[in-house]
Design a binder for this molecule. Sequence first.
Ligand code: AMP
Length: 110
Amino acid sequence: MTIFQKILDREIPADIVYEDDMVCAFRDIQPQAPVHILVIPKKPIVKIGDMDEEDRNLVGHLMHRATRIAADENLTDYRLVINNGEGAGQSVFHLHLHILGGRPFAWPPG
Ligand code: AMP
């Protein structure tokens, strides 16, 4: 079981900023920007590359909620990041979308 499943199950605490029947959003424990929030589906999809056609609505909702959470955080400029696989920096194997904001970001990313 991943740490994010434990957050969903309320087995470990998290600073939850949004939740509905499909997704949950909470602040990253090791923030990489003044605002760093993770949005996860309640369905335990391991990584974005594993999403099925039937998950399109869920992933669309995840993305849409992320934009609303960013607006609630008063962010106009922000970055949404999904790391897919270890080589891309994924360390928790339950799909999550990072919302990063509150500072400038470089491109290309590291
Ligand atoms: P990734 O490297 O894309 O898989 O991102 C995983 C993120 O989860 C990292 O930014 C971690 O800081 C964050 N993280 C790990 N454990 C927790 C936790 N218990 N609560 C909140 N965020 C966490």
